[in-house]
Design a binder for this molecule. Structure first.
Ligand SMILES: [Ca+2]
Length: 243
């Protein structure tokens, strides 16, 4: 193997190691009046068969809410954020949590998380968002989670939106590098420390959807290069032997 080729391999390995290093999470909040957001129906929470769901606390609030399953049903219509349609959402009580177990994924390495979107909606702006989100990395000790973000996004509902029948809010968590990942090799995503109410959201916060987007983690390029190098070596050996 030539020296130049070895240098190339080293450079590729270094680049892939740098690419895999941790990235910061960018939190972007927005809101709309009298309009719903289009939520994802092809995100991980909706497409992984056998998704594990574990909740603590109460996601049904007054009892009129459907509870946690409504947070991953792919629907958020304008009707979902008026005051009459409680049942379409989940309203976590203070300190409640939901942990989604994604599993090991197609390549047995967990999942790359590319984006997380959370939505609230109700009338008169009672739709602030406050929670923490963290991830568990495949192979790390059970119960050890890596923090991704602490969200606290409010508008002063009663002052800003008197008599507005529908206000919807979206919080987007994205990597600080376009096309990057929030985390790599993830097998669990946890939303916890939900704040119930808060200064600008009256009593409840009505969450309408939690979207976790990503793809199965694939072997790193350096691993693939090593495999390819081995294959080329074998072919060369076979070719020389034939000669
Ligand atoms: Ca969804």
């Amino acid at each position: 193997m030539s020296r130049n080729f070895m240098s190339l391999l080293l450079a590729i390995a270094l680049c892939s190691a740098l690419a895999a290093s941790a990235q910061a999470t960018v939190i972007t909040g927005s809101y709309q009046l009298n309009a719903a957001y289009t939520v994802f129906n092809s995100d991980l929470l909706q497409t992984i068969s056998g998704l594990g769901v574990a909740t603590t606390g109460d996601f049904t609030a007054s009892g009129a809410y459907t509870g946690e399953p409504a947070l991953r049903d792919g629907t958020f219509s304008s009707a979902d954020c008026d005051t009459t349609n409680f049942a379409a959402g989940g309203s976590p009580s203070a300190g409640s949590a939901v942990t989604y177990t994604l599993g090991a994924g197609q390549y047995g390495l967990g999942y790359d998380i590319t984006e997380i979107n959370t939505y609230t909606g109700w009338n008169q702006g009672r739709c602030g968002q406050a929670y923490d989100v963290s991830v568990h990395l495949l192979g790390s000790p059970a119960g050890i989670f890596v923090p991704l973000a602490s969200v606290s996004y409010y508008r002063n509902a009663w002052d800003s939106f008197p008599n507005v029948p529908c206000v919807s809010m979206r919080v987007q968590l994205s990597p600080d590098v376009p096309g990057g990942n929030l985390a790599v090799g993830v097998d669990q995503v946890k939303f916890d420390n939900f704040l119930d109410g808060g200064p600008y959201s009256a009593w409840w916060m009505s969450y309408r959807e939690l979207d976790v987007s990503g793809t199965p983690t694939i072997p790193e390029p350096s691993t693939l290069v090593l495999l390819a190098t081995g294959l080329i070596g074998l072919l060369c050996y076979a070719w020389r032997k034939r000669k």
